[in-house]
Design a protein around this ligand. Sequence first.
Ligand SMILES: O=C(O)CCC(=O)c1ccccc1C(=O)O
Ligand SMILES: [Mg+2]
Length: 368
Amino acid sequence: MKITDITIRHLQMKLKDPFTTSFGTFTNKEFLLLEARDVEGTIGWGESVAFNSPWYNEETLKTNWHMLEDFLIPLILNKELNHPDEVSEIFSSIRKNNMAKSTIEGAVWDIYAQQTNQSLAAALGGKKDKIEVGISIGIQKSIEDLVALVDGFVKEGYKRIKVKIKPDWDIEVMRTLREKFPDTAIMADANSAYRLEDTALLKQLDAFDLMMIEQPLASDDIIDHAQLQKQLKTPICLDESIHSLEDARKAVELGSTGIINIKIGRVGGLSEAKKIHDYCAANNVPVWCGGMLESGIGRAHNVALTTLPNFILPGDTAGSNRYWEKDIILPEVVATNGYIDVPQTVGIGYEVDREAVESFTIAKKNYN
Ligand SMILES: O=C(O)CCC(=O)c1ccccc1C(=O)O
Ligand SMILES: [Mg+2]
């Protein structure tokens, strides 16, 4: 493989409903799409999961564009590559900026899968032909609104309900959900809204038989999470704190986490995601695939990654119709009864709807 041509597009897609976390509300999704063309004419797609504002982590759409244009694209254009694993090695001279790196790396994996005549899932070593998925629900105006939403998604068949929590939207919310949905797999995601001093409050969550609590403490912490886990029955799952295999190893060794949410962008790409998956499999730490409100392209990458065997728990990869009136791939990602069928065709397995892509594009630039 040799990438000779790259196009970056800035897209804006309206979410069907605003999505609120402890750190802010998303109404419009703005993100970068990257289209890479190889010397043989094969086209691969990658999506940057960086948001407009540095709330979830320090990266933004603009820092990603800067990193891609000024550092990452020059490192990759016209380089002979034998395998997508080489991309992260080439990028290792650049610190962090994982979401920017992952944007190119994902496109290279897509090209590699096509040129080796296999699905992206198969290229990664995945075997499942369908994956189990859950859904993530933002903070609502009232508990009644939340109960109505959860009821709808449970009836749609989603395998696990995740709800966002924050101070004053936590204990009563989870108590009510457990009462109303006694047999549903439920978990909470705090997106770093608490501190170790809140341990007494967080211990109250143990009464509700939650599958896990995701990232309760600081986004850069693994020490306090280990302290907290000693006092909680509910398993902690780290999201924001894990950027690499090394982070995963340290957190597991310290006892900071019993489960890991793997997001491709947060860890710098599919190769690193696979390494974390393999390490967790060897150490009996279940993983699941997180979400960043992706368009169909990022979603297709998530579906492929989730086919690896240690993705034991349902992830956040809901169907396209949970987010968008119209997605940018054909067919859209469909979740039926909490399952997504894994496409068996080559590459990401979905056609990119170029007309839809153009209709959502607000800026674009070519590099060659
Ligand atoms: O539906 C999805 O894509 C997952 C939504 C979600 O939970 C989320 C959305 C935006 C930022 C962070 C997170 C998170 O997993 O913490
Ligand atoms: Mg999370």
